[in-house]
Ligand binder design. Structure first.
Ligand code: SF4
Length: 466
C-alpha cells in the first residue's frame, strides 16, 4: 500500500517421501510456505502428486487465505511442491500468474516452482512464440516451462532437461519441479537466490528457499544446494548432478543478509541475524554520532540498531510500536495519504524519544518518501535530534535478478548527494553502510561470491549493465 520496502519475488518449497500417508506432505508444504511468507504475499499455491497424477490449488493472497484443513486434507500424495509469490512480471491479482505452474505436455505433467528473474525471458518468449507457443500470463515461469518441455523431447529425463536448460536460461532462478515420479531441484550457476536441503526424521527430502522453512517442518538442515547443481529424488534415492557447478563465479544476493531473508535463517553457514547486527556495529564504527538512544524501525531495522547500540555504547530503546494489522487494511491507497498509512503502521513511543537525541536505524532508503515521514514523526514525538543510519549502502542501480529495486530515476540516492538526501528527509545526519564493509557481513567461503550490483553497478552478468 504505502510501503516502499523492497520485495523478493518468491519463496519455494518441495518435499518427497515415498512412504507419506494421506495429506501430510501437503500440510508440511503449507507450513513451509507460511515460514516463507515474507518472500511473497500476493499469490500462492500447492501441488501434490497422488499416484502419478498431479493435483493443485492456487490463488491470490496469502497462504492462510487460500488453504484450510478441508482443502489440505484432500491433497494426498508422496511428493508436494509449493510457492508464494510477489509479482514483478504479470498482474498482482492474476491467478494465472500464481505458481506452481502445472503443465500437460507430450511426456505427461510437470508442476514448476520458480524463484528469481530470467534476464533473457523476453528474447526466449519471442523465440518460442514464433514456433507457436501461447502464453497465459507474462511470468518468466511460463518461459521456463516451455524451455523444459521442449528440452524434454530430446533429453532422456526431466533432470536432463533441467541441466540443459541452464545453457539457455540466463539470470536468477531456483527451480523445484515435480514430475509424476520425481522431484527435481536446481539453482542457477551463479546462485543468486538461496536454496537449501534438509531431511526429516521420517526420511522425507525437503528443499526450501530458506532454512526457516526447514525448521517449520522439523527437518534437519543438510546443506545449501550448490550454484549450478541439479538434484533429483526418485524411488527414495537422491542424485546430485554437478556438471554446471563452478561454471560461473558465485553471485549470491548480498541483500538477502541485510533484508530479504528471515532473521532466523542460515545462508551459506551464516546466521542472518548475526549479519544484521554486524551491519549496525560497522555503521557505529564508521559513522559514530553523539546521541542518547538508538532505535530501529520495526521489524527489519531492529537487529542492526541493536548492533549499533552494542558497538557505540548508546542505550538501545524501543522507539516505535508497530501495528501488525496495518497491512490488512482494505482502504485503497488513493483514499489514504502516505503519511496516514505510515502512521497507521508505526507510532513513535513518546515516553522514550521525548527530549532525546535519537539514532534511528533501518535496512535501506530506496525512494526516501517513508523515511521523511518517520523523521517528522520522531520530531513531533519530542526527539531533539534525529540521526539516520542505513544498514545497506546507497541504492544506485536497478536489480535484474528477482527483486524490485527500481530504476535509477526512482532511487533517491542515485539522484542526490548524501547531504541532499539528509536535507530531503529532514535528518540531522545521515550515513550508509560502506561498500568496503559488505564483505564483513557475509561468510568468506571458497567458491561463494556475492552480487552487490544495486550498490556498485558491478553486475555479475556484464551485459545486464548495458
Ligand atoms: Fe540482490 Fe542487489 Fe544483486 Fe539484486 S542487484 S541480486 S538486490 S544485490
Amino acid at each position: 500500500m504505502f510501503d516502499e520496502k523492497l520485495k523478493e519475488e518468491c519463496g519455494i518449497f518441495g518435499i518427497y517421501n515415498m512412504e507419506a500417508v494421506g495429506s501430510e506432505l501437503a500440510v508440511d508444504t503449507y507450513l513451509g510456505l507460511m515460514a516463507l511468507q515474507h518472500r511473497g504475499q500476493e499469490a500462492c499455491g500447492i501441488a501434490v502428486n497422488d499416484n502419478r497424477e498431479i493435483f493443485h490449488h492456487k490463488g491470490v493472497g496469502q497462504v492462510d487465505e487460500n488453504f484450510d484443513d478441508r482443502r489440505l486434507n484432500k491433497m494426498v500424495g508422496n511428493i508436494a511442491v509449493g510457492h508464494c509469490r510477489y509479482s514483478r512480471t504479470g498482474s498482482r491479482k492474476d491467478k494465472e500468474a500464481a505458481q506452481p505452474l502445472v503443465i500437460n505436455y507430450l511426456k505427461g505433467q510437470l508442476a514448476i516452482c520458480h524463484n528469481g528473474s530470467i534476464t533473457n525471458a523476453d528474447k526466449l518468449r519471442k523465440e518460442y512464440s514464433e514456433f507457436g507457443a501461447i502464453y497465459r500470463s507474462y511470468t518468466h515461469t511460463e518461459v521456463v516451462a516451455y524451455t523444459l518441455s521442449r528440452l524434454r523431447m530430446t533429453e532422456g529425463s526431466v533432470e536432463g532437461a533441467v541441466l540443459k536448460a541452464m545453457d539457455i536460461l540466463e539470470g536468477a532462478y531456483c527451480l523445484i519441479v515435480m514430475s509424476p515420479t520425481k522431484l527435481v531441484v536446481a539453482r542457477d550457476p551463479r546462485g543468486f537466490r538461496p536454496l537449501c536441503f534438509g531431511r526429516k526424521k521420517d526420511g522425507s527430502y525437503v528443499f526450501a528457499s530458506e532454512t526457516c522453512a526447514l525448521d517449520a517442518v522439523d527437518a534437519e538442515f543438510v546443506r545449501d544446494v550448490l550454484p549450478g547443481e541439479v538434484i533429483m529424488v526418485q524411488n527414495g534415492q537422491m542424485m546430485s548432478i554437478t556438471t554446471n557447478v563452478g561454471k560461473h563465479p558465485g553471485a549470491l544476493c548480498i541483500f538477502e543478509y541485510i533484508y530479504f531473508a528471515r532473521t532466523d535463517s542460515i545462508i551459506q553457514g551464516q546466521f542472518v541475524n548475526d549479519s544484521r547486527r554486524l551491519t549496525g556495529r560497522l555503521l557505529a564504527k564508521s559513522h559514530p554520532v553523539e546521541a542518547d538512544i538508538v532505535i530501529g524501525v520495526p521489524d527489519s531495522g531492529l537487529p542492526s540498531a541493536y548492533g549499533y547500540a552494542q558497538e557505540s555504547g548508546i542505550p538501545f530503546e524501543d522507539g516505535f510500536a508497530r501495528n501488525r494489522y496495518a497491512g490488512r487494511t482494505f482502504i485503497r491507497p488513493d483514499q489514504m495519504s502516505r503519511e496516514a498509512a505510515v502512521r497507521l503502521k508505526l507510532n513513535p513511543i513518546k515516553k522514550y524519544v521525548q527530549g532525546k537525541r535519537v539514532v534511528v536505524v533501518d535496512d535501506s532508503i530506496v525512494r526516501g518518501t517513508t523515511f521523511k515521514i518517520i523523521v517528522k514523526m520522531l520530531r513531533e514525538a519530542g526527539a531533539t535530534e534525529v540521526h539516520v543510519r542505513s544498514s545497506s549502502p546507497r541504492f544506485l542501480h536497478p536489480c535484474y535478478y528477482g527483486t524490485d529495486v527500481p530504476d535509477s530515476d526512482q532511487l533517491i540516492c542515485a539522484n542526490n548527494t548524501v547531504e541532499e538526501v539528509a536535507k530531503i528527509i529532514g535528518a540531522d545526519s545521515l550515513a550508509f553502510l560502506e561498500i568496503k564493509d559488505l564483505p564483513h557481513i557475509v561468510p568468506d567461503m571458497e567458491g561463494t561470491g556475492y552480487c552487490h550490483a544495486c550498490f556498485t553497478g558491478d553486475y555479475p552478468c556484464k551485459e545486464d549493465a548495458l
